[in-house]
Design a protein around this ligand. Structure first.
Ligand SMILES: Nc1ncnc2c1ncn2[C@@H]1O[C@H](COP(=O)(O)OP(=O)(O)OP(=O)(O)O)[C@@H](O)[C@H]1O
Length: 237
């Protein structure tokens, strides 16, 4: 496997608690990996480590062959946070121009990306006046303009209607088939079904690491929600 993300014995403390007590995971290029788990299980913390913005206590995080967060990696890794990371007082297009300039991307790429996130008709709208779901798509577009090799997407489909969610998952699949690596956190099990591989985190521990089909078979149910519950209960026993 061509590994674009390698996390080795990662320990992270936030405040007084050990959020990740020693996590190992490797993720290959050209794939979508879903990061699932209850609220507070450490999904955002792990994503922050891979983005290189989280202080770690010990262990290593390598991205595209070098430590997370190096200047070269910052350009090759697109991180879309849960909170909107674009400017409310700029229009959609102005935001994308700003991020395109930072990344050295062309104006043509902006048009392309606006189409990908279905915001062509909102290009002149002030970002602060958009709905939550539209703002999420502007944040995603800001990452897309740079055409990174690794996408770290922290709950990118929250607040989106089913049609948009389906379209965005199709976009993620297209990016992966073009060779990008996607790590996508979610609370929604039907999204896990769209991933090549699913990581289930609980209390900072990886309690499952399998394909959706593997998870279903392992738990003896076709319902991924139920599979997750069964695996979590088994691990707790
Ligand atoms: N800034 C912080 N200071 C101290 N502890 C924090 C901080 N941010 C998060 N934590 C703690 O770290 C743990 C993991 O949080 P994290 O945000 O990684 O979880 P998550 O799985 O992404 O949750 P959610 O699904 O709710 O976004 C939680 O117990 C949380 O309380």
């Amino acid at each position: 496997m061509n590994k674009s993300i390698e996390v080795d014995r990662l320990v992270v403390q936030r405040g007084r608690s050990t959020v990740l007590p020693g996590l190992d995971v490797a993720i290959g290029a050209g794939s979508i990996t879903g990061l699932l788990g209850p609220s507070g299980s450490g999904k955002t913390t792990l994503i922050r480590c891979i983005a290189g913005v989280q202080q770690i206590a010990s262990g290593t995080v390598q991205v595209l062959g070098e430590p997370a967060g190096t200047p070269r990696n910052r350009a090759r890794v697109g991180y879309v946070t849960q909170a909107s990371s674009v400017y409310a007082d700029l229009t959609v297009e102005q935001n994308l121009r700003y991020f395109a300039d930072l990344a050295g991307a062309t104006r043509t790429r902006i048009d392309e990306v606006l189409g990908l996130v279905d915001l062509v008709s909102h290009r002149s709208a002030l970002t602060g006046n958009l709905s939550g779901g539209q703002r999420t798509r502007v944040s995603l577009a800001a990452a897309l303009v740079a055409a990174p090799e690794v996408y770290l997407l922290d709950e990118p489909t929250v607040g989106l209607d089913p049609v948009l969610r389906r379209d965005l998952w199709q976009l993620f699949a297209d990016l992966a088939s073009d060779g990008a690596t996607l790590l996508v956190s979610s609370h929604v099990m039907d999204e896990a079904a769209r991933c090549d591989r699913v990581l289930l985190l609980r209390d900072g521990h990886l309690i499952a690491d399998d394909t959706p089909a593997g998870l279903r078979a392992d738990a003896g149910t076709d319902d991924l929600d139920e599979a997750f519950l069964r695996i979590a209960e088994r691990e707790a026993a």
